[in-house]
Every structure is written in C-alpha cells, then in structure tokens.
Design a protein around this ligand. Structure first.
Ligand code: 4AD
Ligand code: MG
Length: 477
C-alpha cells in the first residue's frame, strides 16, 4: 500500500479500501473529525475517527500541528464541500505538537505575527498557497525560456563589478576585522577584500549575461541578487530573486515584445495550473475587503486582474509623453503629488508611476526612452543625444516590475560615458572587450521575481512572498 497525497486522494471519484496518508493536523473537532493537510493542495482531507475504537490517550495526542499517519477507507463524504473522506482504521502519531505552545493556532493570525514565525507560516493555507504559486511561477519561467531557445546561465554571486553603478552593494570580505590591512593613509584597504580584490554580492547578473548573449545568442539568468539599500517599503528586499534574459541582435522594441510575451505566458501558466490556490487567495482578498467602503475596494478580483494582463496589450509610452501627462493632470482635487515634476529630465517617483498605471492608463505600461542621466551607464544612447533606450514596465498595484534596455554596443560611446561617470576602464576591461570584438546590438531586462509573485498572489507586502525575507528588520532564520 503506497502513501497517497491529499491532492491525489481528493481527486479520486471512486471509493478505495485501505488508503494511507501522512500529514499535519489542522484541526480535530468533536473527538471525531481530523482536518489533515500535507501541503499537496490548499484543501484538507477530512478523516473520520470512530472514537470508541481508539485509545483515549492516543486521541489526546491528535492536536493542531501534530504529524500523523492515517490508514483507512476512502468513502464518499457526507459533509459539505468535499467529495471524499477517510474512515480511519489505523492512526499513528509520528510527531506530537503541544497544543499549548504551538504558535499556529486554528484561528486568524496577523501577517506580522506569522513573519516572526516564518519557519511555521507555510503550515497556514495562505502561505502554503503563496509558496506553491511561487514554485509554479519559477517552473513556468524556466519552461518559457526552454521552449523559446534560451540557455540558462549561472552568473557569479561574488563579483568585483557594480552592474548598476548605484553603489548599493554588500561587501564580501575575507579580511580579519581585528587586524585589517591598511592603506598608506591608515584607512582599511578594501582592495584586499577577497584575496587581493575588492568584492561584493551581485546586484544584477546583467553584465555577465551580456557576455553569454554575445556568444550563445539567447540566454537568461534566474538567481538571487542583493541590494544594501536601507529601504523599508513593502516592495524592497535586501535579497531578492531576479530573472534576466539577454539576447543578441535584439533591439529595444524586440525587448518589449519579449518581456510582454514572457509575462503573459507565465501568468497564464498559473491561471491554468494553480486554480485552487488562486481561488483561495482571491476569496481571502475579497473577505478582507468586505470591511472597506465600496469606493476603496478593488474594482477587479485577483483572478480577473491576472486575466486582464494576459489578455490585453501593455501600453507603450515614452518618458516624454508620460511627463506631459503628469504635468497636466490633477491626480486628485484635494491631494496633489508630493513631488511635483517641474521639468523634463526629472526621475519619476512611485506616486507618478502608480498614477500612470492605476488612474490614467489602467493597465500595465511600458515606459521607454528615459533621459540618459537618470539611467545606468550601459544603456544605448539615442540619436537625440539625451535619451537612452531604456524601458521600465509598471504594473497596477505594484509599480516597477521590470527594468531593461538596449545596451550601448559602440565602444567609443560607452568609453565616453564611463569616463563621464568615473567608472575606470580597467574594472570593466572584459565588458569593453565585447564591444571591441564582434560587437552587435543586444538587449535584455531584469524582472523582480518577488514583485511578480506579489501580483500573482495579491499579497500586499513583499516580505510575505519570499520564504525568509531579508530586510533591515528581518534577518532571523
Ligand atoms: O531596475 P533594476 O535595478 O535593473 C537591473 O538590475 C538591470 N541590470 C536588469 C537588466 O537589465 N538585466 O532591477 C530590475 C528589477 C526591478 O524592476 C524590480 O522589479 C526588481 O528588479 N528590484 C527589486 N525587487 C525587490 N527588492 C529590491 N530591492 C529590488 N530592486 C530591484
Ligand atoms: Mg529599475
């Protein structure tokens, strides 16, 4: 007799003798009904215990959180909301769970509380659904690239380069903090960090991905990235996962097409394959919104929001057009923007991005051709000499989901830009080599995986879509 998962058992429409299942008790009601979950599905299987046939001492050990092994007959259920249930014949407690101290009680817990118990929160319905969706999206991402001729490349985690030039890096050091090597001026000599080199945790695999695109054609990375920014928002982590495709001979328009097709494809994958989890999360959100006044409730439910993105074109708008819209709009009669855009060239704040997607266009927006001086050094300068072929994809409820660009492929222009920004050529000699030997137009983008998971699950805080969030406040576990 093989052990079946709860998902397998619940999809049976025939009765079976002697099934066996292992999982964790969610609740035990009236000394009779065990709701059992093993993580294979959002649903619990009901296991009915005839208490007269079991030792009282054993039944006392059936508490929320206990790991149990159940054998019994799978029969049609009398209860509402489930097709089958198990009539328990044999019951074994594999691991006890003290009902007094077990943190996950059978009641509603706040997300803040569950974050402090991140090691147990995936035993709740909401977090198990989120993590199954996260897993499913990861799989859909690899599937998409695999089916579209991309190679999966691993880029280094410890690196000497600052891909974004933003200086938000975690130092990686082998130095003895008590006895660090010093410069002639008596400062710590960080050049000695990693056996003679200054090194950091990667902020993006892009520059290395470019080297592979310029030999293998179509590549992508999907790995952890690190930003030492001290931002305490619901959309920033110090450690997050990023998907970065990079393609040779592809321009910015091709990059937009790729990003849009890719996002639609992975979202339709979960619509098809994670129906039950999505329905559960959708209902959770609708219940949570019931207490809000009608005007503050979401106009669309979760599944419809995802369908809307999959079925409609993203709006493509240049930075210049966006600025015109923002300068001429009245976001709200009473409440103006905190930061007023005075002139062309200013960077957009998240309030502006959200206005564009949520109020003005009401759909995902691809903003492109940004002013050169607010974007990274590697972006392709346009013929106007002041904008670069950059794109950001903004999503309703999330803001920036993707950042990407066509890369500067001209050696002289790139060198000039690096000089202007004080980026030493010696540090990126290998990056410059790509422009020296067989240079070509190429493009790519980076998608913040957790922001995608937020969109697909409707979760409002990025800390709740990654198993163990790393933020200035959360670094336990
Ligand atoms: O816009 P970013 O900084 O772009 C890059 O790193 C490029 N090198 C990518 C490329 O072209 N290959 O980051 C890309 C995306 C953002 O749009 C956002 O979704 C996410 O990464 N992101 C973060 N997600 C969570 N926490 C943070 N601190 C993030 N910073 C960026
Ligand atoms: Mg960005």
């Amino acid at each position: 007799m093989t052990t079946k998962t709860v998902a397998e058992l619940l999809s049976q429409d025939v009765t079976l003798q002697d099934v066996t299942v292992k999982g964790w008790v969610r609740t035990f009601r009236a000394n009779r009904f065990i709701a059992l979950n093993d993580g294979s599905t959002i649903n619990n299987i009901q296991c009915v215990v005839d208490f007269e046939n079991f030792d009282e001492a054993l039944l006392k050990r059936i508490t929320t959180g206990a790991a149990v092994h159940i054998t019994g007959e799978l029969v049609e259920s009398q209860g509402k909301g489930q097709s089958v249930e198990i009539q328990v014949k044999a019951l074994e407690v594999l691991g006890d769970s003290d009902a007094e101290t077990y943190p996950i009680q059978p009641k509603k817990h706040t997300f803040e509380f569950l974050r402090e118990n991140a090691h147990l929160r995936t035993r709740t319905s909401t977090f198990s659904a989120v993590m199954r969706l996260r897993s499913s999206l990861s799989f859909a991402i690899h599937k998409y690239f695999n089916e579209n001729g991309f190679y999966y490349m691993h880029t280094p985690i410890i690196t000497g380069s600052d891909a974004e030039g933003a200086g938000e890096m975690f130092r990686v050091s082998t130095l003895d903090p008590k006895n660090p090597p010093l410069t002639e001026d008596g400062d710590v000599n960080y050049k000695e960090d990693f056996f003679g080199k200054e090194t950091n945790l990667t902020v993006s695999g892009q520059l290395e991905a470019e080297t592979f695109a310029m030999s293998l054609g179509k590549v992508y990375t999907f790995g952890p990235t690190f930003r030492a920014e001290n931002s305490n928002t619901s959309r920033h982590l110090a450690e997050f996962w990023m998907i970065e495709p990079e393609v040779a001979f592809m321009d910015l328009a091709g990059n937009m097409d790729l990003a849009e097709d890719f996002m639609k494809s992975v979202l339709s994958y979960v619509l098809e394959n994670n129906k039950e989890d999505l329905e559960f999360l959708d209902k959770r959100l609708q219940d949570a919104e019931k207490s809000l006044p009608q005007a503050e409730r979401s106009p669309m439910n979760l599944i419809d929001k995802i369908k809307f993105v999959v079925e409609n074109n993203f709006k493509r708008v240049s930075y210049t057009e966006a600025i015109d819209i923002l300068r001429n709009c009245k976001p709200n009669k009473k409440k103006k923007f905190k930061y007023i855009i005075e002139e062309w060239g200013a960077d957009l704040q998240s309030e502006h991005e959200r206005y564009l997607v949520e109020k003005h266009f009401k759909c995902p927006v691809i903003l492109f051709d940004y002013p050169a001086n607010i974007k990274a050094f590697y972006m392709r300068l346009n013929e106007d000499g002041k904008t670069v072929r950059a794109m950001d994809i903004l999503f309703p409820g999330i803001g920036e989901m993707v950042g990407g660009s066509q890369r500067e492929e001209r050696l002289d222009v790139l060198k000039e830009k690096m000089k202007a920004l004080d980026i030493p050529e010696e540090e990126l000699w290998w990056y410059l080599d790509l422009r020296k030997y067989g240079t070509a137009v190429h493009s790519g983008f980076g998608l913040g995986f957790e922001r995608l998971v937020m969109f697909a699950t409707g979760m409002g805080n990025i800390r709740d879509v990654i198993p163990y969030p790393r933020t200035p406040q959360n670094a336990e576990f």
